[in-house]
Write a protein that binds this ligand. Structure first.
Ligand code: ADP
Ligand code: MG
Length: 621
């Protein structure tokens, strides 16, 4: 039963079912709602007036997580246990982020380069989903504290360029935090909604959303017509933002006042960084910043600051140029330019962007809050409070297929607008596998056994190929009547098969509601189970590969190495039997550490024999 709360500040009764809008940012996150009295989008503020929660998680010696402003000082004093920018890791494998490894001061697991990244803190492993869920839990807790009512439903924003996996990861993080994520919307779309764009069904506009945050830059060109937002192009730089402006000031000061040897002084480094951010913020409204640092008077003028940051701002303009090119548009057709993100408060940024787009930019809504405010507008539309907005038909529950280990792989997340289509590629597990079973499920749980089976079929006649080589594309298509058509096609041979299903059939609204509730109550255990299945599958593959490798190349290894490998394999096998996810990961990593040098040695051998004219045959490896 939902509780009805009373807002202590205003004395007014709260709506029992409030849907919040959440901006889950790389640097900062916040929650907004449509104010029940003023009907205006409003960011939720603590008594100290702050609406912003830094997206930072610090783990203490006992593994307890602290989130937000309290966690910030640990960035310098306890970097290994302080996780920032978890959003950059969402849906990424180690391979994806390898070149930026230095950016992260904490430990990112690099053993299996193709699987999703994990972060190691002490002897615990956290996925980016876990980390984001800590931030979302904190936001939920704050919102409940401020609103004095339970908060269980949310709209969460993501960058326009986020792919399926990253969006699903964000949904999972919400679920893990106890939130029913009604919809994931694009940040630039949210910003437009906050500016009231797209609310009028007859409106037809092309807009640019320039978003310069703490560590990332995004430019999106959107077309709005009939209340539908279409992303025409996106561009940006995932490692460019306000932090770079701070760094420019730090470097200037270090040169100007010869502040060397700071590397050893964590405390001083942190102070200098804070002073630089303070200077930058001050220079957004005044022409000089003066302060004291380690006994020296330090200062910087707006003029100097602007020369320092000119190259950084210029880079964002190059991205804007590319985005315009990709959209096939000239700046003359852009009706409005919206400024989003804390760093657009810098006057030089504003003037440079206006110059590029040849128009005055729109910055009337608070750039830190605008994305969350727009998410709140969307939440209000979903709650049915805004009767003028037309709600298109949507899928009430997620649709997906069963993958290895009985996991649910969602192709169409719930609340997808229909008609719609989505596809994903899969492959075989065994050599010469001629058929692949496609089982279709509906529901929000992570294991298919807890969801509702809608149908199944087998794609047969796949020509004999080694495991992993066939490319089976599964496409879900829902037409305007809500009929789901599932098609599987092996792309190399062209063999295909199709099935048609009516997903809603037989489910009442109450049953849909019941299933959603269950997915929330079981979120934690579901996600743990999924993580365990994933870790075990990965470990089993590792054991398989190692075993094949050892059988073929035993002559190249010393008896001691063989023994070590056998022991590590046994330990991993035992961890799998014990169903201990962290242990499985540790043991997988250990086995990998032992076997990696062998693989390299065998590789070298193969290359040197190839040079002798024998040729490489990868079946020998
Ligand atoms: P994100 O979307 O990446 O989470 P935000 O939009 O919250 O980030 O932007 C955070 C950045 O904005 C920080 O680098 C912060 O220093 C900067 N910022 C905040 N206020 C100002 C200001 N008044 N002038 C200049 N920069 C600011
Ligand atoms: Mg942002």
């Amino acid at each position: 039963m939902a509780k009805i709360g009373i807002n202590i500040a205003t004395g007014s009764l709260q709506q029992p079912e409030i849907i919040v809008g959440i901006d889950l940012g790389t640097t900062n996150s916040l929650v907004a709602i449509i104010h029940p009295d003023t009907k205006q989008p409003t960011a939720l503020k603590e008594f100290d007036g702050s609406s912003i929660v830094p997206s930072i998680v610090h783990f203490d010696a006992f593994g307890n997580a602290e989130v937000g402003a309290q966690a910030k000082p640990y960035l310098e004093s306890d970097p290994q246990n302080t996780i920032f920018s978890a959003k950059r890791l969402m849906g990424k494998s180690y391979k994806d982020i390898r070149e930026h490894q230095d950016f992260f001061a904490y430990k990112i697991i690099d053993d299996n380069r193709d699987s999703l990244v994990k972060v190691q803190v002490g002897n615990q492993f956290y996925s980016p989903i876990d980390l984001s869920s800590f931030i979302l839990s904190e936001l939920k807790k704050r919102a409940e504290h401020i609103l004095k009512t339970p908060v269980t439903k949310a709209v969460i924003t993501v960058p326009a360029y986020f792919n399926d996996t990253q969006r699903q990861a964000t949904r999972d993080a919400g679920k893990l935090a106890g939130l029913d994520v009604l919809r994931i919307i694009n940040e630039p779309t949210a910003a437009s909604l906050a500016y009231g764009l797209g609310m009028n069904p007859t409106e037809d506009k092309t807009i640019a959303v320039y978003d310069l945050g703490g560590g990332t830059f995004d430019i999106s060109i959107l077309k709005i017509s009939n209340g539908i937002f279409e992303v025409l192009s996106t561009n940006g730089d995932t490692y460019l933002g306000g932090d770079d402006l701070d760094r420019a000031i730090i470097e200037y000061w270090m040169k100007q006042w010869s502040l060397d040897n700071l590397d050893q002084h964590t405390q001083l480094k942190q102070e200098l960084r804070l002073a630089a951010e303070k200077a930058k913020i001050a220079l957004s409204t005044q022409s000089i910043f003066e302060s004291e640092f380690a006994g020296e008077k330090i200062s910087i003028t707006k003029e100097v600051f602007e020369t320092l940051i000119q190259p950084i701002v210029q880079k964002t303009i190059q991205c804007c140029e590319k985005a315009m090119q990709d959209a096939g548009l000239t700046v003359a057709v852009i009706d409005t330019v919206l400024m989003v993100g804390g760093s657009t408060r810098v006057p030089f940024v504003k003037s440079t962007v206006s110059e590029f787009f040849k128009q005055v930019v729109n910055d009337s809504v608070n750039p830190d809050e605008v994305v969350a405010l727009g998410a709140a507008v969307q939440a209000d539309i979903l709650a049915g409070n805004n009767q003028n907005m037309l709600l298109l038909d949507i899928t009430p529950l997620s649709l997906g297929i069963e993958t290895m280990g009985g996991l649910m792989d969602v192709l169409l997340p719930r609340n997808s607008k229909i008609p719609t289509q989505a596809g994903r590629q899969y492959t075989t597990q065994k050599d010469a596998q001629s058929g692949i079973n496609i089982a279709i499920y509906q529901g929000e749980r992570d294991l298919v056994k807890d969801n509702r089976k809608l149908g199944a079929f087998t794609l047969t006649g796949i020509p004999a190929m080694p495991a992993g080589l066939p490319k089976v594309e599964v496409t879900f298509l829902i037409n305007a009547d809500g009929i789901l058509q599932v098609k599987a096609k092996e792309l190399r041979s062209g063999v295909a098969q199709t099935i048609e299903i009516k997903p809603q059939y037989g489910l009442t609204d109450e049953e849909v509601e019941q299933r959603l509730l269950e997915s929330i109550t079981h979120a934690k255990e579901d996600i743990q189970k999924r993580a365990l299945v994933e870790a075990s599958t990965e470990a089993e593959q590792m054991l398989d590969v190692t075993e094949k490798f050892i059988t073929k190349n035993s002559a190249l290894l010393s008896p001691d190495e063989l023994k070590q490998t056998a022991l590590a394999m046994q330990a991993l096998q035992l961890a799998i039997t014990m169903e201990d996810k962290n242990l499985i990961q540790t043991k997988t990593e250990e086995l990998n550490d032992i076997s990696r040098p062998f693989a390299e040695r065998v590789m070298d051998q193969a290359i040197s024999s190839a040079l002798k004219g024998k040729g490489i045959d990868d079946k020998d490896l």
